[in-house]
Design a protein around this ligand. Structure first.
Ligand SMILES: Nc1nc2c(ncn2[C@@H]2O[C@H](COP(=O)(O)OP(=O)(O)OP(=O)(O)O)[C@@H](O)[C@H]2O)c(=O)[nH]1
Ligand SMILES: [Mg+2]
Ligand SMILES: [Zn+2]
Length: 368
C-alpha cells in the first residue's frame, strides 16, 4: 500500500513539534474529546490515513458513522488535519473526529465539475513552486496565488532551476513576476547548486506548516529531500522527457524538516481549477479591484462598458494585458463553478424530496 520512506516508530514527536496549539487543545477539552488521543494526518491513500501521535505512527480508518454522515469530501480527513483517534497495539487506529481546520487549500476535482478536492489543511504558508525553464508561466502563478488567497493562506513564490539560465535571465524573470504580482515574496533557487537556499531556510519556521504547490517535475521533492537532510521522496526526470505527464510523487505527505518546519509534498498538478467562494480573485487582482471602484456602472463587467476604469487603464498601459485576460478567464471559471454547485444542490434537493416522499408514502401504506 504506502510507499513509506519516512517517520518510523522511532521517530516519535511532541504534538507541539507537529504544529499543535492551544486553540486545538481548548476545542478538545470543550468537546469531551480528551478520552481520545490526538494525532496529525501525514499521509493519505484511498481513505486510509497515516497518523502521527506521541506514541508513533498509526494506519487509520474513519468510523462507520463518520463515513455514513459525510456529505462531501470536506467531511473526510485530509493531509494536515488534526484528528481525535483511538489507537491499538497492532499499529491500527480509528479516527473519530476531525478537529477544526485553520485553513483548507482546495481546487476543483479534475474531471468532476462542481466537486472540490482538498489539497491540504492547516497550512500556514504555501510555497508556489515553478521552474524558470519551460514550466515558467505567470498566468499559472496567478492561478495558484488565487487558490491560496481563497483559503486565506499566505504564499511565497519559489522559482527553481535557476542553474539552467543566465544571471541576467534570472533577474529578468524575477522582475517580470514582480511587475505582475505585488506583495508576494519571490525566492529564486537551484536545487543543484543550492543557491537561494538560505532565503528558503529563513522563510520556513519551526512548528509552522508549509505546502508545496506546482506542476510535475519542477523540483518540489528534490527541495524537500534537501531541506530534510534525508532522501524521503523519490525524484525523477521521467516526467520531463520520455514519460511526459507522469507524476513522480504519487501521494501527499507531511514531513518534518531539519529546522523543525513541517512541509507537505504534493504530486504535481496539471489542472488547478478555481473554486473561489470567497475573495481570492479580488485579493490576487487587487489592482483591478481598486480601478473598478471608479467604473461608471456598479455591476461593470470590465469588458465593453463605457466609463470603465479598468478598460481605460488597459488602453493607457497602466494595467498588464495578460494579467487582465487571466483575471477575466478565472472569473468566468469561478462563475461556472458556482453555477454548477448551485445546479448540483438543486438536483440533490429534488432527489432528497423524492426519497422523503417515498418514505412518507411507505409509512402511510403500512398504516392502512
Ligand atoms: N537543473 C536542475 N534540475 C532540478 C532542479 N530541481 C529539480 N531538478 C530535477 O528535476 C527533476 C524533477 O524533480 P522532482 O523533485 O522529482 O520534481 P517534483 O516537482 O517533485 O515532480 P512531481 O513529483 O512529479 O510533482 C529531477 O530530475 C531533479 O533532479 C534544479 O533546481 N535544477
Ligand atoms: Mg515530487
Ligand atoms: Zn469596469
Amino acid at each position: 500500500m504506502f510507499e513509506r520512506t519516512c517517520c518510523t516508530k522511532d521517530n516519535i514527536m511532541r504534538l507541539e513539534d507537529l504544529g499543535y496549539n492551544s486553540e486545538l487543545e481548548k476545542f478538545r477539552s470543550d468537546h469531551n474529546l480528551t478520552a481520545f488521543e490526538t494525532g496529525r494526518v501525514i499521509a493519505e491513500h484511498k481513505e486510509r490515513y497515516i497518523i502521527t501521535t506521541t506514541k508513533g505512527e498509526f494506519e487509520a480508518e474513519i468510523t462507520g458513522n463518520m463515513r455514513f454522515t459525510a456529505k462531501s469530501r470536506e467531511d473526510f480527513p485530509a493531509v494536515g488535519d488534526w484528528v481525535a483517534l483511538t489507537t491499538y497495539e497492532s499499529g491500527i487506529a480509528i479516527i473519530h473526529r476531525i478537529l477544526p481546520r485553520s485553513s483548507v487549500i482546495r481546487r476543483q476535482a479534475v474531471g468532476q465539475f462542481g466537486e472540490i478536492q482538498i489539497i491540504a489543511t492547516n497550512i500556514d504558508c504555501a510555497l508556489i513552486v515553478q521552474a524558470v525553464d519551460r514550466d515558467f508561466n505567470i498566468n499559472r502563478l496567478e492561478r495558484y496565488l488565487t487558490v491560496c488567497n481563497s483559503s486565506k493562506v499566505a504564499s511565497v513564490i519559489v522559482l527553481t532551476k535557476i542553474d539552467l539560465i543566465s544571471e541576467p535571465g534570472i533577474s529578468e524573470t524575477i522582475q517580470n513576476v514582480k511587475a505582475r504580482i505585488k506583495n508576494v515574496p519571490v525566492i529564486a533557487i537551484s536545487n543543484e547548486t543550492q543557491d537561494g537556499y538560505e532565503a528558503i531556510k529563513s522563510t520556513i519556521e519551526k512548528g509552522k506548516t508549509y505546502c508545496m504547490l506546482g506542476s510535475s517535475g519542477v523540483g518540489k521533492s528534490t527541495l524537500l529531500n534537501n531541506l530534510s537532510g534525508r532522501t524521503l521522496m523519490r525524484t525523477d526526470t521521467l516526467s520531463q522527457s520520455t514519460n511526459k505527464g507522469k507524476h513522480v510523487t504519487s501521494h501527499r505527505e507531511l514531513i518534518t524538516l531539519e529546522n523543525g518546519g513541517l512541509l507537505i509534498d504534493n504530486p504535481g498538478m496539471r489542472e488547478v481549477g478555481i473554486v473561489d467562494t470567497t475573495s481570492g480573485l479580488e485579493t490576487t487582482f487587487d489592482m483591478i479591484v481598486s480601478l473598478s471602484q471608479n467604473c461608471r456602472f456598479k455591476d461593470c463587467s470590465h469588458t465593453n462598458e463605457a466609463g470603465c476604469s479598468v478598460l481605460e487603464a488597459l488602453e493607457k498601459g497602466g494595467l498588464d494585458e495578460a494579467s487582465y485576460e487571466n483575471f477575466l478567464k478565472m472569473g468566468r471559471e469561478k462563475a461556472h463553478f458556482e453555477s454548477s454547485v448551485a445546479e448540483k444542490r438543486k438536483k440533490e434537493k429534488i432527489f432528497g424530496k423524492i426519497i422523503k416522499d417515498y418514505y412518507k408514502r411507505d409509512i402511510k401504506q403500512k398504516k392502512y
